[in-house]
Design a protein. Structure first.
Length: 140
C-alpha cells in the first residue's frame, strides 16, 4: 500500500511541468518621427502585442492608413526608447496600406534584457517611406 501511494505521488509530481514564465507586451504603432517633407509619405496607425514564453517571442498586430503599401516589418533594438536601432528579426507583413504583421523568434539573453527595458520596437516600412512609416516600442 505504501509503495502504491508513493508511486502515485511520484507520478503526480513527475507530470507537473515547471511553470514557464510568460509575459505580454503591447504597443501602439504610430508614424515615425518626421519632418515637414515626410507629410506626403508617412501616415497611419495600428497596434501589436507580443507574448514572451521563456525566450520565445510571438508578435501579432494590425495597421491601417498607410499612404502606400507596406514593404517590410522588423523587430529592432534601440539604445533607448525613441531612438532608431538596428533590425534583428524580420516579421511577416501584409503588402498593403491596411493589414497585419506577425512573426516569432528566439531572443538572446541580451535581447531579453533589452525587451524588459523597453528597447525593442516594431518598425513597418512602406513604398513611399522606405526608412520607416510606423513604429512602436514593446512595453509590458
Amino acid at each position: 500500500m505504501i509503495r502504491l501511494l508513493g508511486a502515485a505521488v511520484f507520478l503526480c509530481l513527475a507530470t507537473v511541468a515547471p511553470a514557464q514564465k510568460s509575459a505580454v507586451f503591447k504597443t501602439r504603432l504610430s508614424p515615425v518621427a518626421m519632418d515637414a517633407t515626410m507629410r506626403l509619405t508617412v501616415a497611419g496607425h495600428g497596434d501589436a502585442s507580443a507574448r514572451l514564453a521563456g525566450n520565445r517571442l510571438e508578435i501579432t498586430g494590425q495597421f491601417e492608413g498607410l499612404l502606400s503599401p507596406a514593404t517590410k516589418a522588423e523587430l529592432r533594438l534601440s539604445p533607448v526608447m525613441g531612438v532608431r536601432g538596428p533590425a534583428f528579426q524580420e516579421l511577416t507583413v501584409s503588402k498593403a496600406a491596411n493589414g497585419e504583421i506577425s512573426g516569432s523568434c528566439e531572443l538572446t539573453a541580451d535581447q531579453l534584457a533589452s525587451l524588459r527595458k523597453g528597447r525593442i520596437y516594431i518598425l513597418i516600412s512602406s513604398e513611399k517611406a522606405a526608412d520607416g512609416n510606423l513604429w512602436g516600442w514593446l512595453l509590458p
